[in-house]
Design a protein around this ligand. Sequence first.
Ligand code: GUN
Length: 299
Amino acid sequence: MAEVIDGKSVAADVVSKVKALTAELSAKGATRPGLAVVIVGEDPASQVYVASKSRTAKECGFHSLQHTLPAETTEEQLLKTIGDLNADPSIHGILVQLPLPGHIDAGKVIQTIAPEKDVDGFHFINVGKLGTGELETAFVPCTPAGSMLLIQRVRGKDLSGLNAVVVGRSNIVGKPMANLLLAANCTVTIAHSRTKDLPALARTADILVAAVGRPEMIKGDWVKPGATVIDVGINRIPAPEKGEGKSRLVGDVVYAEAAAVAGAITPVPGGVGPMTIAMLMANTVASAYLAAGLKRPSF
Ligand code: GUN
């Protein structure tokens, strides 16, 4: 049976390190880390995520600011809000919760965030830094950064000689994940919906990252014995066995099947999920250290 990678416990370690770093920053007389979260509209899932981000920011001792804007907010108004936050020295991290309403150009909004406050790592400057291996100064998107910490807990920091297969090519997870694995010396393949014989390719992976958003797409016999399996998917599916109208969360991997073959695997929930918010806090405290002219802490 595979080792179960406890994302909740690793995330708690990250958050307690962020708290300690925040206290050290205050002791040095520097401004405490400030995180602004901007949400437009009333998408219930987004509201849950945003509340959780604000709560963790407060727990870390941050100055935590939330802008909740109505769904009718114009692009111009949103760009003005971002401009004000860019200019505010008490704010070190700006996160605009996605998705945005259809009448707003999300790409334009993201590129308006000052790169040094882009704790989501979505600005072209940060994407370019990650792509060119400038990891010392890049902000890396939180979900792949958190997945990488989990991989390192199992495999160490240098992944030389290992084959990694990333299933999914999104800008938020698949592509930055592939770049992180490459920077750690893996041989990396990105697979997607047009890939030929995905099961055979997946079986070559010492590290298999599933980030497709399709419930239980990856079967146990796609997993190489001893592989490290990172399941980024969080999918809600009907669970009539729990009662009428009930549902449950599953990943992109058939967990029980894969756990019987893998060396280590992340569960859903409790694997990658908790890491995303923890890494947002890590990026924000790092931004505050850089703004104070101090060495960036590493995680
Ligand atoms: N919506 C879903 N995931 C994310 C994320 O990582 N960042 C932002 N800003 N919005 C999201």
